[in-house]
Design a protein around this ligand. Structure first.
Ligand SMILES: *[C@@H]1O[C@H](CO)[C@@H](O)[C@H](O)[C@H]1NC(C)=O
Ligand SMILES: *[C@@H]1O[C@H](CO)[C@@H](O)[C@H](O)[C@H]1NC(C)=O
Length: 205
Protein backbone atom coordinates (compact mmCIF):
# COMPACT_ATOMS: atom_id res chain seq x y z
CA UNK A 1 0.00 0.00 0.00
CA UNK A 2 1.50 3.30 -1.06
CA UNK A 3 -1.01 5.97 -0.03
CA UNK A 4 1.13 8.72 -1.56
CA UNK A 5 0.43 7.34 -5.06
CA UNK A 6 -3.34 7.35 -4.74
CA UNK A 7 -4.27 10.96 -5.57
CA UNK A 8 -2.43 10.79 -8.90
CA UNK A 9 -4.05 7.55 -9.97
CA UNK A 10 -7.35 8.74 -11.50
CA UNK A 11 -5.51 11.46 -13.41
CA UNK A 12 -3.05 8.94 -14.84
CA UNK A 13 -5.92 6.64 -15.92
CA UNK A 14 -7.64 9.62 -17.51
CA UNK A 15 -4.57 10.45 -19.57
CA UNK A 16 -4.13 6.83 -20.68
CA UNK A 17 -7.80 6.71 -21.73
CA UNK A 18 -7.52 9.91 -23.70
CA UNK A 19 -4.46 8.53 -25.50
CA UNK A 20 -6.05 5.16 -26.28
CA UNK A 21 -9.39 6.77 -27.34
CA UNK A 22 -11.98 4.26 -28.57
CA UNK A 23 -10.50 1.17 -26.94
CA UNK A 24 -10.47 2.81 -23.54
CA UNK A 25 -13.36 3.99 -21.45
CA UNK A 26 -13.96 4.78 -17.82
CA UNK A 27 -16.89 2.38 -18.25
CA UNK A 28 -15.65 -1.17 -17.95
CA UNK A 29 -18.40 -3.07 -19.69
CA UNK A 30 -18.16 -6.88 -19.28
CA UNK A 31 -17.43 -8.95 -22.44
CA UNK A 32 -20.57 -9.22 -24.62
CA UNK A 33 -20.75 -13.03 -24.32
CA UNK A 34 -21.14 -12.72 -20.53
CA UNK A 35 -24.72 -11.66 -21.08
CA UNK A 36 -25.96 -11.76 -17.48
CA UNK A 37 -23.02 -9.59 -16.38
CA UNK A 38 -23.72 -7.10 -19.16
CA UNK A 39 -27.34 -6.89 -18.00
CA UNK A 40 -26.26 -6.27 -14.40
CA UNK A 41 -23.78 -3.66 -15.62
CA UNK A 42 -26.33 -1.74 -17.72
CA UNK A 43 -28.91 -1.74 -14.90
CA UNK A 44 -26.33 -0.48 -12.40
CA UNK A 45 -25.02 2.27 -14.71
CA UNK A 46 -28.45 3.71 -15.48
CA UNK A 47 -30.15 5.95 -12.96
CA UNK A 48 -33.40 6.19 -14.90
CA UNK A 49 -35.48 3.86 -17.04
CA UNK A 50 -38.41 3.92 -19.42
CA UNK A 51 -41.26 1.97 -17.89
CA UNK A 52 -44.12 0.67 -19.98
CA UNK A 53 -47.42 -0.14 -18.31
CA UNK A 54 -50.79 -1.17 -19.72
CA UNK A 55 -52.67 2.11 -19.74
CA UNK A 56 -55.93 2.59 -17.85
CA UNK A 57 -56.38 6.10 -19.22
CA UNK A 58 -58.57 7.10 -22.15
CA UNK A 59 -58.14 7.37 -25.07
CA UNK A 60 -55.36 4.73 -24.85
CA UNK A 61 -56.78 2.33 -22.24
CA UNK A 62 -55.43 -1.17 -22.88
CA UNK A 63 -52.47 0.13 -24.89
CA UNK A 64 -48.78 0.24 -23.87
CA UNK A 65 -47.78 3.48 -22.11
CA UNK A 66 -44.07 4.28 -21.68
CA UNK A 67 -42.84 6.85 -19.16
CA UNK A 68 -39.50 7.86 -17.57
CA UNK A 69 -38.68 6.96 -13.94
CA UNK A 70 -35.72 7.48 -11.66
CA UNK A 71 -34.36 4.15 -10.56
CA UNK A 72 -31.41 2.75 -8.58
CA UNK A 73 -30.26 -0.79 -7.92
CA UNK A 74 -27.90 0.46 -5.21
CA UNK A 75 -25.35 3.15 -4.45
CA UNK A 76 -22.29 3.35 -6.76
CA UNK A 77 -20.32 0.08 -6.61
CA UNK A 78 -23.04 -1.51 -4.45
CA UNK A 79 -25.32 -3.11 -7.02
CA UNK A 80 -28.19 -5.38 -5.96
CA UNK A 81 -29.58 -5.87 -9.48
CA UNK A 82 -33.06 -4.93 -8.24
CA UNK A 83 -34.35 -1.68 -9.74
CA UNK A 84 -35.96 0.34 -6.95
CA UNK A 85 -38.44 3.14 -7.54
CA UNK A 86 -39.95 5.97 -5.47
CA UNK A 87 -43.57 6.34 -6.49
CA UNK A 88 -46.80 8.17 -5.72
CA UNK A 89 -50.32 6.99 -6.49
CA UNK A 90 -50.98 10.45 -7.96
CA UNK A 91 -48.74 9.51 -10.90
CA UNK A 92 -50.36 8.39 -14.18
CA UNK A 93 -48.33 5.16 -14.70
CA UNK A 94 -48.65 4.18 -11.03
CA UNK A 95 -52.42 4.37 -11.48
CA UNK A 96 -52.02 1.80 -14.28
CA UNK A 97 -49.93 -0.42 -11.97
CA UNK A 98 -52.68 -0.39 -9.33
CA UNK A 99 -54.95 -2.09 -11.88
CA UNK A 100 -52.25 -4.31 -13.45
CA UNK A 101 -48.77 -4.43 -11.85
CA UNK A 102 -47.22 -5.96 -15.00
CA UNK A 103 -44.61 -3.64 -16.52
CA UNK A 104 -41.49 -3.51 -18.64
CA UNK A 105 -38.36 -1.46 -17.88
CA UNK A 106 -35.89 -0.46 -20.57
CA UNK A 107 -32.36 0.85 -19.93
CA UNK A 108 -29.56 1.64 -22.35
CA UNK A 109 -25.92 2.67 -22.23
CA UNK A 110 -27.11 5.45 -24.59
CA UNK A 111 -28.15 7.06 -21.28
CA UNK A 112 -24.46 7.23 -20.29
CA UNK A 113 -21.71 8.74 -22.45
CA UNK A 114 -20.44 5.25 -23.42
CA UNK A 115 -22.29 4.88 -26.76
CA UNK A 116 -21.59 8.43 -27.90
CA UNK A 117 -17.88 8.04 -27.13
CA UNK A 118 -17.75 4.69 -28.96
CA UNK A 119 -19.87 6.14 -31.80
CA UNK A 120 -22.55 3.47 -31.35
CA UNK A 121 -26.04 4.54 -32.41
CA UNK A 122 -28.62 3.92 -29.63
CA UNK A 123 -30.38 1.33 -31.80
CA UNK A 124 -27.14 -0.55 -32.51
CA UNK A 125 -26.90 -3.73 -30.43
CA UNK A 126 -23.32 -2.64 -29.63
CA UNK A 127 -24.88 0.19 -27.60
CA UNK A 128 -25.86 -2.35 -24.93
CA UNK A 129 -29.45 -2.16 -23.75
CA UNK A 130 -31.74 -4.31 -21.67
CA UNK A 131 -35.45 -4.86 -21.33
CA UNK A 132 -36.80 -6.24 -18.05
CA UNK A 133 -40.18 -7.93 -17.81
CA UNK A 134 -41.93 -8.28 -14.47
CA UNK A 135 -44.17 -6.55 -11.98
CA UNK A 136 -43.85 -3.53 -9.74
CA UNK A 137 -44.21 -4.41 -6.05
CA UNK A 138 -44.72 -1.97 -3.16
CA UNK A 139 -41.99 -2.64 -0.56
CA UNK A 140 -42.82 0.33 1.68
CA UNK A 141 -42.77 -0.68 5.32
CA UNK A 142 -40.86 -3.91 4.62
CA UNK A 143 -37.22 -4.62 5.51
CA UNK A 144 -36.28 -4.02 1.88
CA UNK A 145 -37.45 -0.39 2.09
CA UNK A 146 -34.30 0.60 3.99
CA UNK A 147 -32.06 -0.55 1.13
CA UNK A 148 -34.43 0.97 -1.45
CA UNK A 149 -34.18 4.32 0.33
CA UNK A 150 -30.39 4.16 0.52
CA UNK A 151 -30.15 3.11 -3.14
CA UNK A 152 -32.49 5.84 -4.43
CA UNK A 153 -31.57 8.79 -2.19
CA UNK A 154 -27.86 8.19 -2.82
CA UNK A 155 -28.25 8.61 -6.58
CA UNK A 156 -31.24 10.99 -6.56
CA UNK A 157 -30.55 13.31 -3.60
CA UNK A 158 -33.39 15.68 -4.46
CA UNK A 159 -35.93 12.94 -3.67
CA UNK A 160 -35.51 13.88 0.00
CA UNK A 161 -37.31 17.17 -0.75
CA UNK A 162 -40.16 15.80 -2.88
CA UNK A 163 -43.52 17.02 -1.48
CA UNK A 164 -44.57 14.81 1.43
CA UNK A 165 -48.30 15.27 0.69
CA UNK A 166 -47.79 13.08 -2.41
CA UNK A 167 -47.48 10.00 -0.14
CA UNK A 168 -44.34 8.57 -1.72
CA UNK A 169 -43.62 4.89 -1.28
CA UNK A 170 -40.69 2.63 -2.14
CA UNK A 171 -41.24 -0.06 -4.74
CA UNK A 172 -39.17 -2.62 -6.56
CA UNK A 173 -39.28 -4.05 -10.03
CA UNK A 174 -39.67 -7.83 -9.57
CA UNK A 175 -37.86 -9.26 -12.59
CA UNK A 176 -39.33 -12.34 -14.29
CA UNK A 177 -37.28 -12.20 -17.54
CA UNK A 178 -34.25 -10.25 -18.78
CA UNK A 179 -33.73 -9.45 -22.47
CA UNK A 180 -30.30 -8.25 -23.60
CA UNK A 181 -29.10 -6.60 -26.79
CA UNK A 182 -25.32 -6.25 -26.53
CA UNK A 183 -24.04 -7.69 -29.81
CA UNK A 184 -25.13 -8.84 -33.27
CA UNK A 185 -27.25 -11.96 -33.68
CA UNK A 186 -30.48 -10.96 -32.01
CA UNK A 187 -31.83 -10.60 -28.51
CA UNK A 188 -30.54 -12.89 -25.75
CA UNK A 189 -32.47 -13.89 -22.65
CA UNK A 190 -31.24 -14.28 -19.10
CA UNK A 191 -33.23 -15.83 -16.26
CA UNK A 192 -33.61 -13.90 -12.99
CA UNK A 193 -31.42 -16.56 -11.31
CA UNK A 194 -28.55 -16.07 -13.80
CA UNK A 195 -28.97 -12.31 -13.57
CA UNK A 196 -28.74 -12.14 -9.78
CA UNK A 197 -25.75 -14.51 -9.65
CA UNK A 198 -23.72 -12.38 -12.08
CA UNK A 199 -21.31 -9.65 -11.02
CA UNK A 200 -21.63 -6.31 -12.83
CA UNK A 201 -18.05 -5.31 -12.09
CA UNK A 202 -14.83 -6.32 -13.77
CA UNK A 203 -12.92 -8.75 -11.59
CA UNK A 204 -9.64 -7.41 -10.26
CA UNK A 205 -6.47 -9.31 -11.10
C1 LIG B 1 -44.03 4.51 3.36
O1 LIG B 1 -43.35 4.25 4.56
C2 LIG B 1 -42.99 5.42 5.29
C3 LIG B 1 -42.11 4.98 6.44
O2 LIG B 1 -42.64 3.86 7.07
C4 LIG B 1 -44.27 6.12 5.73
O3 LIG B 1 -43.95 7.30 6.43
C5 LIG B 1 -45.09 6.47 4.50
O4 LIG B 1 -46.33 7.05 4.87
C6 LIG B 1 -45.35 5.22 3.65
N1 LIG B 1 -45.99 5.65 2.41
C7 LIG B 1 -47.18 5.20 2.03
C8 LIG B 1 -47.70 5.76 0.75
O5 LIG B 1 -47.83 4.41 2.69
C1 LIG C 1 -41.23 -12.21 -8.74
O1 LIG C 1 -40.34 -12.77 -9.67
C2 LIG C 1 -40.10 -14.14 -9.50
C3 LIG C 1 -39.08 -14.55 -10.54
O2 LIG C 1 -37.88 -13.88 -10.29
C4 LIG C 1 -41.40 -14.93 -9.68
O3 LIG C 1 -41.15 -16.29 -9.44
C5 LIG C 1 -42.42 -14.40 -8.70
O4 LIG C 1 -43.65 -15.03 -8.97
C6 LIG C 1 -42.59 -12.89 -8.85
N1 LIG C 1 -43.47 -12.39 -7.81
C7 LIG C 1 -44.49 -11.60 -8.09
C8 LIG C 1 -45.32 -11.20 -6.91
O5 LIG C 1 -44.75 -11.22 -9.20
Amino acid sequence: MKPSLRPGFPLLLGLLCAAASASCSRFHIPPHDQVARVARYVVHQCDWASMATISTHQPVAGQPFSNAFSISDGPEQSSSGVPYLYLTRMEISVQDLQVNPAASLSMSLAQTDYCRKQQFDPQSPLCAHVILSGTVIDVNGTEEAAFAKKALFNRHPEMIDWPSDHNWFFAKFNITQVWVLDYFGGVKTVTPEEYFQASPHRKHH
